[in-house]
Every structure is written in structure tokens, then in C-alpha cells.
Write a protein of this length. Structure first.
Length: 119
């Protein structure tokens, strides 16, 4: 299973970016899809996730500014990021908990896409 992320870049504070991630390969079904981020010198942290039923979960630092969504038919997950702040600068990783067969579950990671917010 491969996760391909795109959409990162450089934006001024207050601006917006949209990240997208597509899963492909041997996929029976996908449970949770998520976005994490990791800034230099810091631990990777959960930004937002969405389960197969559409329920979402957000880090407190992004609530009200970021929106996660997914297209189950296309195995894609998006992260709309508004009102960006310099502290959102990080490498963003998409992740998916995938059933590769009916009874085998594994987490996969995308390659990371860099987001830089200038003040």
C-alpha cells in the first residue's frame, strides 16, 4: 500500500493550504485516515483523523481552523488548513490504517509534505 501526499508549500500567516493524500495498492478497506505533523526537534503529533464512519478528531491547536475530509470510494483524505500560523510550520504526513485482507490490519505512512508559514 502506498500513500501519496501533495499540497504543501509556502504561505503567509493567515493564508490557506489544502493537503491531499491518496492511498493505492492492495486495499481491502481503510479504517482511519489521518494527518500528522512533525516540526524539527519535536515529536510527531496527530493533527486530525477521520474514521470510516466520518467521525473526526482534531488537535486542540487546529480546531476551528483545519478541516479533514475523506472520499471513501477514492481512498483519499484531505486537510483544508485555514488561518495558518507560523507555528503550523512542519512536515505533514498522511497515515492510514488499512485492512489489506479481511483479517490483516496495518498502518501505512505517506512520504511527508512540507508546510511553511511565514510571519
Amino acid at each position: 500500500v502506498q500513500l501519496q501526499a501533495c499540497g504543501g508549500g509556502l504561505v503567509q500567516a493567515g493564508g490557506s493550504l489544502r493537503l491531499s493524500c491518496a492511498a493505492s495498492g492492495s486495499i481491502f478497506s481503510i479504517d482511519v485516515m489521518a494527518w500528522y505533523r512533525q516540526a524539527p526537534g519535536k515529536q510527531r503529533e496527530l493533527v486530525a483523523d477521520i474514521n470510516s464512519g466520518g467521525s473526526t478528531n482534531y488537535a486542540d491547536s487546529v480546531k476551528g481552523r483545519f478541516t479533514i475530509s475523506r472520499d471513501r470510494a477514492r481512498n483519499t483524505v484531505n486537510l483544508q488548513m485555514n488561518s495558518l500560523k507560523p507555528e503550523d510550520t512542519s512536515v505533514y504526513y498522511c497515515s492510514a490504517v488499512v485492512l489489506t485482507t479481511r483479517d490483516r490490519v496495518q498502518r501505512f505512512w505517506g512520504q511527508g509534505t512540507e508546510v511553511t508559514v511565514s510571519s
